[in-house]
Design a protein around this ligand. Structure first.
Ligand SMILES: Cc1cc2nc3c(=O)[nH]c(=O)nc-3n(C[C@H](O)[C@H](O)[C@H](O)COP(=O)(O)OP(=O)(O)OC[C@H]3O[C@@H](n4cnc5c(N)ncnc54)[C@H](O)[C@@H]3O)c2cc1C
Length: 390
């Protein structure tokens, strides 16, 4: 039987960044995914790289992440298509104006360089495509966006060079625990002995934890996404709105990528065979696309006629307080969990990967993780407040 120091379960951004940090530190690592790299949230994502609007506990992680994103392509030796052109959160009415103004004041106090733009002319000086109906906005110049597939490919290339064993299209069916300590993993095809497991399986993390008697309370709302054909440059920033019911950006290749707010998911997920292997597919309802387009036309007038190239839906792992779990599982030595990113874990990936690698290796993570503990929900029901702002 093969033996590894650590099995990382899940090849989304959290898993690949964890495997990268572990392998760079010299660990013998296996990365396992039931589908393939970026097959779920990390491929479905809008891929905003944002500090603005973060929960106070997440802000230091997001600020560090943004620094890493700046040179991540150099470190990984391949493009991530990271662009640091800012994030605007738009106010559509007086209530939203006040909410955004308060958010700016509070985040400035936490040390983030965030600006309040008090009038439409200020907003349009930065993003001329924005509607004359927008009354104000927050602007964080150091926010930005990256390309999820390029970033995933960059990490996977680095993992191969570092000698990580990569096992795709194989589902982990069981995490083995012997005498209170992780001892192995069993997939649909094989068993492996391991000293540690990092569980980065997103919305599916509980499937593997429940047989061990533990879980993280999450809800799994759905978000619809539309991607257009390439168009001439119109928008450099990521745009969000107060309330998080719409977000959008223009990709480096000219395509608009636009998301709905959180919607109820009917529980249906198909699996399709692609050239890259099996991939999960969630189909958005027509009504969600209509809403995205109506809001697009309202926020960025004239773009609603842009041809659609593709649409899909993605799932979120929403915790009761809408921030993730980054912790060792109490009572199960060697099991570390990184999940519950609640719609904003893409940006954090390079930092959470390093933190999870530290936790499973017994090193100090270098961040205060007291807000991200595993058992903080013991007496709480699911259902946090979502922050979908790119
Ligand atoms: C539409 C949408 C828009 C978003 N916009 C943003 C944004 O702008 N900015 C931002 O920062 N975040 C955003 N997010 C959130 C962000 O994409 C996620 O928080 C992040 O990608 C989570 O990464 P992950 O690696 O933890 O999980 P995932 O990417 O979901 O990866 C989990 C992996 O585990 C695998 N897996 C599950 N079970 C098993 C098993 N039993 N065995 C083996 N493998 C298994 C899955 O196949 C999957 O590949 C958005 C999310 C969505 C859906």
């Amino acid at each position: 039987m093969d033996k590894f120091d650590v099995a990382v379960i899940g090849a989304g951004i959290t898993g690949v960044a964890t495997a990268y940090a572990l392998a760079k530190g010299g660990a013998k690592v296996v990365l396992i995914d039931r589908f393939g790299p970026a097959a779920m949230a990390s491929g479905w994502t809008l891929a905003g790289v944002r500090q603005s609007g973060r929960h106070p506990a997440e802000l230091p992680l997001a600020m560090e992440a943004v620094e890493i994103w700046r040179t991540l392509h150099e470190e990984l030796g391949a493009p991530t298509q990271y662009r640091r052109k800012g994030n605007l959160r738009l106010a559509r009415n007086a209530d939203e104006y006040e909410q955004i103004r308060a958010m700016v004041a509070s985040q400035q106090a936490s040390g983030l360089d965030l600006t309040f733009l008090p009038g439409n002319a200020d907003v349009r000086a930065i993003a001329p495509a924005v509607s004359p109906g927008i009354v104000g906005a927050s602007f964080c110049a150091t926010d930005g966006h990256a390309d999820p597939q390029a970033t995933s490919a960059a990490y996977m290339g680095a993992l191969k060079r570092l000698g990580v064993t990569i096992v795709m299209a194989e589902k982990v069916e069981e995490i083995g625990v012997t005498a209170g300590k992780v001892s192995g993993v069993r997939t649909s095809a094989r068993s492996m002995a391991v000293d540690g497991v990092v569980l980065a399986a997103g919305v599916m993390g509980n499937e593997l934890m429940k047989p061990l008697g533990v879980s993280v309370p999450i809800e799994t709302p759905m978000v619809a996404v539309i991607r257009s054909v390439p168009i001439a440059p119109v928008l450099e920033q990521v745009i969000g709105v107060s309330g998080g019911d719409w977000a959008g950006r223009q990709q480096a290749d000219g395509r608009l990528r636009i998301t709905s707010g959180a919607l109820a998911w009917n529980g249906v997920m198909d699996t399709v065979q692609t050239d890259a292997g099996p991939r999960p597919v969630i189909r958005p309802p027509l009504s969600s696309l209509r809403e995205i387009i109506e809001k697009l036309d309202h926020l960025l007038p004239g773009l609603g006629a842009t041809p659609i190239e593709e649409c899909w839906a993605g799932l979120l792992d929403l915790t009761p307080d809408a921030i993730p779990v980054l912790d060792r599982v109490p009572g199960i030595e060697g099991l570390v969990v990184g999940m519950g990113f609640s719609g904003h874990g893409f940006c954090l990936g390079p930092v959470t990967g390093r933190i999870l690698a530290d936790l499973v290796s017994g090193r100090a993570p270098g961040h205060d993780l007291s807000s991200f503990t595993f058992d903080r929900f013991r007496d709480t029901a699911a259902g946090g407040r979502l922050e979908l702002h790119g």
